[in-house]
Design a protein around this ligand. Structure first.
Ligand SMILES: [Zn+2]
Length: 280
């Protein structure tokens, strides 16, 4: 280890600066969304079977609600612009803007060059959880998704029901593409209901048993026409391991809700990012 400089403590004592002050971000009108949600009606429902994924479509101005129905289960969520799969959820920038875990009022942002809100989180029955003594919290945008490549790297084994593969199959089926073509559109996820953090001593990504229970829900407003896919992770509640059939797994339900246009007066789908793309 290199010797510490004489001013090491002074350097460590420098206060951090928030990378992206969000005071100038467009503020979602949560009261408007709440009024629309209160009167919204369920128009469709799909179920992600244990260790499988389901796909769903939500028109702009609608809602989708993810529900834990039978037992503690985490889900891996992907979103695309329903008309253009190249516009997809950007987990890394969402994390940079809103922090490591999402809460009510946070957005799921698309990547470059559109960089706009795809969905707004409007309801979370686990909002009481906060940050626990281990530094854990729910709904992270730090994990990537369990995948067969990392699993093979670490174990030499092939496992076909990682979230990456589940999402690939669901997207292929929803769009009529081959699995090979669909795989390229699968992205880093929002880890719905998953409880995660980083260990303070080694900085390693950790997971722990999710606090989610049957009846818990997480609800989003669709800012643009969305195609979504949700995988019921093979890790179940992620209390021990994933990338295997060892954990007890349960289904997850996705309800699609239609809202009255009258109650959304004043709302419009967000435009694509205003940067001119000239790059100087
Ligand atoms: Zn997973």
């Amino acid at each position: 280890m290199c010797p510490a400089p004489a001013d090491a403590e002074a350097r460590r004592a420098v206060a951090p600066v928030i990378c992206y002050p969000v005071e100038t971000l467009p503020v979602p009108d949560l009261a408007l969304y709440a009024r629309a949600l209160a009167a919204a009606e369920v128009v469709d429902k799909v179920v992600a079977a244990p260790r499988e994924a389901c796909a769903f479509r939500v028109p702009a101005g609608g809602f989708f609600r993810i529900r834990c129905t039978e037992g503690p289960q985490v889900g891996d969520l992907n979103l695309w612009n329903a008309a253009d799969l190249s516009e997809r959820f950007y987990s890394g920038k969402t994390r940079a803007l809103h922090g490591s875990h999402l809460g009510v009022g946070d957005r799921m942002w698309s990547g470059f060059p559109t960089l706009r809100p795809m969905a707004t989180l409007v309801q979370d029955s686990l909002d009481w959880y906060g940050i626990d003594a281990f530094g854990g919290a729910v709904h992270d945008v730090i994990g990537t998704r369990c995948d067969p490549y990392t699993h093979h790297l670490l174990s030499g084994q092939a496992y076909h029901h990682c979230c990456h593969s589940n999402l690939t199959r669901a997207l292929a089926e929803a769009t009529g593409q081959s699995r090979a073509a669909a795989e390229g559109y699968v992205q880093d996820v929002l880890n719905v209901f998953m409880c995660t953090g980083f260990t303070r001593d080694t900085g390693q990504y950790f997971m722990k048993a999710s606090p989610v229970r049957p009846g818990d829900t997480l609800t989003f407003f669709a800012e643009i026409d969305l195609l979504g896919a949700l995988s019921a992770c093979p890790g179940g509640d992620c209390s021990s391991e994933h990338s295997s059939d060892a954990a007890t797994c349960y289904p997850l339900e996705v309800e699609i809700l239609a809202a009255s246009a009258d109650l959304l007066a004043g709302w419009a789908p967000p435009p694509v990012n205003g940067y001119d793309r000239s790059h100087g």
